[in-house]
Write a protein that binds this ligand. Structure first.
Ligand code: GDP
Ligand code: ZN
Length: 340
């Protein structure tokens, strides 16, 4: 077993321990893969609670003290190339990564019922923000006669992101995905329940490695407690991440991804006659002009406005992060009191 089979390991020179990658997370226990194979590990408390390190998540590369006959100790989270995070509810809101170090985000919508350009915009924003490259997959091609109209609608919101029409059932379009599914690459699937994520994984793997069923969709409880591997390495050498957290990704921190998802809108921003233009009725408003001439679609502008209102500023994000660290420190002090 070679850890480099699991992707590009970030530089860990001069760090103690050996590198490993997180393949699943179950509350406090992690499943990991390292040069000794697949094993389990837990966080080393001092390193994580006292040093305020980011807790590892599925896909993270970490450093471990390997323990042969028990759980190894995770001592450091290596820097992430890309990640998705989610806001954890609770008295002290904190952001928790739900997947890390992936190369591509396959944004999936099904052609028969799930298709929704607005949601696609949201997913695109999230994907750009993660730092990885989005790819749009329109699934269940076998269920529609004609997908050109769908592609036209996608083009209006995708700003040039690669889009593929596929069918896990017939295999239609799957060969084109080989461009992304290269050894050492990691892919995450983003999309509503039922769009065919598991079916596609199975079709790509050439075997049934994920449960596909209509029943499972209603059984959301059972889903969360299943302890299947969340990072899977296919025989082709490509990794696929599918974590429960991915299914609940919110939109609370889209600010950084907005610029990339809305290049067409951003092109007109800052070009109005008045620098404090509200883009309502002011003369010389570049946005209103662009909408009037058809260069910019009104619905795109409306989506942009809506999302930028929801987006949280970087300062706000930092403030929340600090609050979270304070919360953890307090928690640790309390725990120490209880123990001593
Ligand atoms: P997930 O919830 O996104 O993982 O979706 P599943 O893979 O579990 O699929 C949900 C349902 O859609 C199942 O009934 C699948 O059989 C069906 N499905 C998935 N892919 C396709 C496809 O390419 N064509 C058709 N007709 N049905 C599909
Ligand atoms: Zn304006």
């Amino acid at each position: 077993m070679n850890i480099t089979d699991y992707g590009i390991v970030p530089n860990y020179e001069n760090l103690p321990g050996i590198p490993a990658r997180i393949t699943a997370q179950h509350k406090e226990r992690y499943e990991i893969v390292c040069q000794h194979g697949i094993t389990h590990a837990r966080l080393k408390t001092k390193e994580y609670f006292v040093d305020n390190q980011d807790f590892p998540t599925t896909g993270d590369f970490v450093m471990i003290n390997y323990i042969d006959n028990g759980d190894s100790q995770i001592i450091a989270t290596l820097p992430r190339r890309t990640f998705f995070s989610r806001r954890e509810p609770g008295p002290v809101p904190r952001d928790q990564a739900v997947a890390a170090n992936f190369d591509y985000v396959f944004i999936m919508q099904s052609l028969n019922q799930d298709f929704n350009p607005k949601r696609l915009e949201r997913y695109l924003t999230l994907a750009w923000q993660s730092g990885a490259t989005p790819v749009i997959l329109l699934t269940k091609a076998d269920l529609v006669d004609d997908y050109w109209e769908f592609l036209t609608q996608v083009e209006r919101v995708s700003a040039g992101v690669n889009t593929h029409v596929v069918s896990a059932h017939t295999g239609f379009g799957l060969l084109r995905l080989n461009a992304y599914l290269q050894p050492g690459k990691t892919v995450v699937f983003l999309g509503s329940s039922g769009v065919g994520k598991s079916s596609l994984v199975n079709a790509l793997a050439g075997e049934e490695i994920m449960a596909v069923s209509a029943i499972r969709e209603d059984d959301s409880k059972g889903r969360h407690t299943t302890t299947h591997r969340q990072l899977i390495r296919l025989n082709s050498g490509v990794m696929i991440i599918d974590t429960p957290g991915m299914r609940e990704l919110g939109m609370w921190d889209v600010s950084e991804g907005l610029a990339d998802a809305f290049v067409d809108v951003e092109a007109f921003l800052g070009k109005c006659r008045f620098s404090d233009c509200c883009h309502e009725r002011e003369p010389g408003c570049a946005i209103r002009n662009a909408i009037a001439t058809g260069e910019l679609e009104l619905s795109r502008w409306e989506s942009y406005q809506k999302l930028s209102q929801e987006a949280i500023s970087k300062e706000e994000m930092l403030r929340r992060k600090n609050e979270w660290h304070k919360g953890v420190a307090k928690f640790t002090r309390q725990r120490k009191k209880e123990i001593w």
